[in-house]
Design a protein around this ligand. Structure first.
Ligand code: ADP
Length: 316
């Protein structure tokens, strides 16, 4: 580990990496990068590189772990052994277990958990390269992966941290600021402006605390904007194709209506095909329906009570 820098902020008010105190590191994200996952996101934030994958909702085994009235969200944050300079011992440790717990809780206010009783949603956040702020990077990626998986949510979740160096508050800590600074204050905000996670390492005065919350909020709003744009980029093209289909169908219908009624009825195939195609597309990208959970595993035969709930073709 490098030594503590003498100064974190220079005479021009710039940080060691050239950023302003309220400036975030560049972020980029890509959706749908893991084909076997129901939703996924690769996110880079400065030198952080994180992959998030979501599986589910699917039936939870063993059954005794199922929640009768809601879905169980499981969240696993993991730093790859090669993600830092000195190799980390693989497997869970106190830090990763704590981060997994608080990150899972950050999503509980937004995921419509009551829609999938007895099911589980697994969220895996793998840190491939770490450079401070990995828990917030992982939450931002996981939020996108959940949206990519079509999990019904009230909105997205965004996360960032504020810290204190040289007596000044700084947004989105770099490694030196994180390791040697006076405070590290990660927060998450939902799209509704609710706070769903706060952690605190170090000390703030009351005034600094209020200011830090505002800085985090602004940072999270910027991230939410980027997340929404990434989602639009992935889905808007496909949706606009649907819109074109719908327009064509409407034109066909208008033409058919203006013609003789019998003639109009004589050409239903083309319209039906278009309807079916656009319907398929819509189903591909729509939220998973609440009453049709996409369980992957077979329904055990010795438990007939659940067979009532699910259509036969899904359990085959
Ligand atoms: P966060 O990554 O969320 O800021 P921490 O404040 O605990 O979490 O860690 C800050 C940074 O310190 C990490 O991003 C990583 O670069 C580094 N770090 C954390 N744990 C270890 C570890 N066990 N070995 C080496 N570096 C680590």
């Amino acid at each position: 580990m490098s030594d503590k820098p003498e100064k974190f902020i220079d005479e021009n008010g710039l940080r060691l990496d050239g950023r302003q105190v309220d400036e975030m590191r560049p972020m980029k994200m890509e959706l749908g990068v893991i084909s076997r996952a129901d939703g996924s996101c690769y996110l880079e934030w400065g030198k952080n590189k994180v992959m998030a994958a979501v599986y589910g909702p699917r039936e939870l085994h063993p059954r005794r772990m199922q929640k009768a009235d809601s879905v169980l969200i499981r969240y696993r944050y993991n730093m790859a052994a090669f993600s830092v300079e000195d190799r980390i011992r693989p497997g869970p440790n106190r830090r990763s277990i704590e981060i997994s717990k608080v990150s899972r809780e950050a999503f509980e206010p937004v995921v419509l958990t009551h829609l999938y009783p007895g099911a589980v949603i697994d969220v895996f956040a793998e840190v491939l390269q770490a450079d401070a702020g990995t828990r917030t990077a992982a939450i931002n990626a996981a939020s996108m992966a959940l949206a990519d998986a079509g999990i019904p949510m009230k909105g997205l979740v965004a996360a960032c941290a504020v810290g204190k160096v040289d007596g000044q508050l700084v947004l989105d800590l770099n490694k030196a600021e994180d390791n040697f600074g006076d405070a590290d204050f990660p927060m998450t905000f939902t799209q509704d402006g609710e706070v769903s996670l706060v952690q605190m390492d170090g000390n703030f005065t009351q005034e600094e605390f209020k200011q830090a919350v505002e800085m985090c909020k602004e940072g999270c709003q910027k991230i939410l904007g980027m997340q929404q744009e990434a989602l639009r980029n992935k889905f808007a093209g496909e949706l606009s194709t649907d819109e074109v289909d719908v327009e064509l169908i409407e034109e066909d219908v208008v033409e058919a209506e203006s013609d003789d009624v019998d003639e109009g009825a004589a050409e239903p195939e083309e319209v039906d095909e278009d309807v079916e195609e656009s319907q398929d597309d819509v189903e591909d990208h729509s939220m998973i329906k609440a009453d049709e959970p996409e369980f992957e595993e077979d329904e055990p035969e010795d438990e007939p009570e659940s067979e009532e709930d699910e259509p036969e073709e899904e359990t085959a």
